[in-house]
Design a protein around this ligand. Structure first.
Ligand SMILES: [Zn+2]
Length: 424
């Protein structure tokens, strides 16, 4: 497959996009420059007015396989990723059975090799059975390439267990991803404790539940020499906790999810479960602080926490419905609509935080639209629109607040190596 992508604005990690043509031949970027001519037989793609960016990478997705394939599976999850301009993902291990041993890791990676058109990585559990007690089969998982350990969905409640795991796994070059909350403070884990929880009469989960655990996990990492990655930070003090520790040299990285930047507890309205996730949506002030943290670099990366659930499950009452929303198909367009188009930040931030840094976290080389690099890119039309209809979605689930909404921006083309993964 060879392509000449003409006249696009090439997005980079540093600086504003630069206009240029991109020649892809046999999966490799052969040339980047002005007024390139298409060699014989090479198809031309008009990218005038469009962004040509390195493809995205999502370090936090739930693909529900094995065990809950009616919600999502690796085949549909990876196609949803491609639909959103994402060409690499890291699965979370809270499947059924959980991913806590070499045997399950092997089965998941084998399946991914059979059904996925993009690379799939998986994290592994910290504790056996994700029960918070004995350690998972850490060295066996490491032998199969697992580098991220997490009990995501829950914290490791016992700090002695986490400390032990950190001392052990750090010697293998692995790192920890922490889902932070104090279960005893979180109640039914339905929504933020505050104005809206009082109005609705549902016990809320206070931001301090997340912040106490975050501080604890970073302290444990600092004490043991481990690297801890804080997942889905949702509050202003959470952002400041990460900043405080970074300033003191702790080995900490952190992520923020698009929904925590865009929505807040007021959006729940009349018990709309498409706004229910854990950690919950908090306040307008938290939205502003998270955006500030993203611009400042407190957050190393953006990750969606793509969490598919069926309509039956999300159709229950607000307390019973499961936590989480899908994100892979909506992330790039919604970040463009809300922030890039509004002038809050530029494509350099997106490339750094949703493409380069998540790959670096996983020990991978970032992809870039540069001569000599392997082709792994998206063409994005900022003047286009995307309607997130059921037909549009490739995920098995459609539990997103953006369902049937039309947003500014459209992923037009996704290329990886010598394959055009998507063309609209
Ligand atoms: Zn989580």
């Amino acid at each position: 497959m060879s392509l000449l992508i003409k006249g696009g604005e090439i997005a980079r990690e540093e600086g504003a996009p630069v206009r240029g043509d991109v020649l892809v031949e046999n999966g490799v970027i052969k040339a980047v420059g002005q007024n390139l001519e298409a060699p014989e037989g090479v198809r031309e793609v008009d990218a005038d007015g469009k962004i040509v960016a390195p493809a995205m990478f999502d370090a936090h997705v739930h693909f529900r396989e094995p065990g809950q394939e009616h919600k999502e599976d690796i085949a549909h999850g990876t196609e949803a990723a491609i639909n959103g301009g994402v060409t690499g993902v890291v699965m979370m291990p809270n499947t059924s059975p959980v991913i806590d041993s070499a045997a399950v890791v092997g089965a998941v990676l084998d399946k991914a090799r059979q059904v996925s058109r993009i690379p799939v990585y998986t994290s592994g559990c910290i504790t056996k059975g994700r029960t918070g007690e004995g350690l998972a089969g850490i060295d066996g998982m490491r032998n199969l390439g697992v580098v991220m350990l997490t009990d995501d969905g829950d914290p490791v409640a016992n700090p002695a267990v986490l400390k032990n795991a950190m001392e052990y796994a750090t010697s293998f070059g692995m790192f920890f991803a922490s889902h932070c909350e104090v279960p005893e403070l979180s109640g039914p884990r339905a929504l933020n404790e505050g104005k809206v929880s009082y109005q609705l009469g549902i016990k809320g989960s206070p931001a301090c539940s997340e912040e106490i655990c975050m501080d604890r996990d970073i302290r444990l990492a600092h004490a043991t020499g481990a690297h801890v990655h804080i997942q889905h930070v949702s509050s202003a003090i959470g952002m400041k906790t990460v900043r405080w520790w970074k300033e003191r040299g702790a080995k900490v990285t952190a992520e923020v999810a698009p929904h925590h930047l865009i929505f807040n507890e007021e959006d729940i309205g009349e018990y709309d479960t498409h706004y229910k996730m854990n950690p919950p949506l908090r306040t307008l002030e938290d939205n502003a602080a998270l955006l500030e943290g993203l611009k400042e670099g407190v957050f190393d990366l953006i990750a969606t926490d793509h969490a598919p659930h069926g309509e039956f499950e999300k159709g229950q009452d607000f307390v019973s419905a499961p936590n989480g929303i899908t994100g892979l198909e909506t992330a790039l367009v919604s970040l463009h609509d809300r922030f890039i188009a509004a002038g809050e930040f530029g494509w350099d931030l997106i490339v750094k935080r949703y493409s380069a840094e998540p790959r670096r976290l996983m020990g991978l080389d970032p992809v870039a639209v540069e001569e000599g690099k392997s082709a792994e890119l998206v063409v994005f039309d900022p003047a286009g629109e995307t309607t997130f209809s059921r037909d549009f979605m490739r995920s098995k689930s459609v539990n997103t607040p953006f369902l049937n909404q039309t947003l500014k921006g459209r992923v037009d083309l996704v290329v990886r190596g010598s394959e055009v993964l998507l063309e609209r």
